[in-house]
Design a protein. Structure first.
Length: 95
């Protein structure tokens, strides 16, 4: 992105990061809606438990208000029985 000055660049970078948080949240919400265990969809609490993170943290991820570390992102991928690369592809597919 072209930025006229440092402040414009910082604002542009924050926009990209906020957009990525939202895309991650939408991908997680979509995954949770279709992923089934014993015939039922998982609650946010259940996904958080499987990922070994707090329910609040997962809630924030799904709502696009928090950016996960790579370690947490990998834990969430494994909670959905996905390799990290597949979860990344799902995030990339969100427009």
């Amino acid at each position: 992105m072209y930025a006229a000055n440092v402040n414009d660049y910082i604002c542009a970078e924050k926009h990209v990061i906020m957009d990525m948080k939202k895309r991650i949240g939408l991908a997680l919400r979509d995954l949770r809606a279709v992923y089934r265990v014993d015939g039922h969809t998982l609650s946010q609490q259940e996904v958080a438990d499987l990922a070994q993170i707090s329910a609040r943290y997962y809630h924030d991820l799904e709502n696009g208000t928090r950016m996960p570390s790579i370690d947490v992102f990998e834990k969430v991928a494994h909670a959905f029985n996905l390799p990290l690369s597949e979860l990344c592809k799902k995030v990339e597919e969100i427009e």
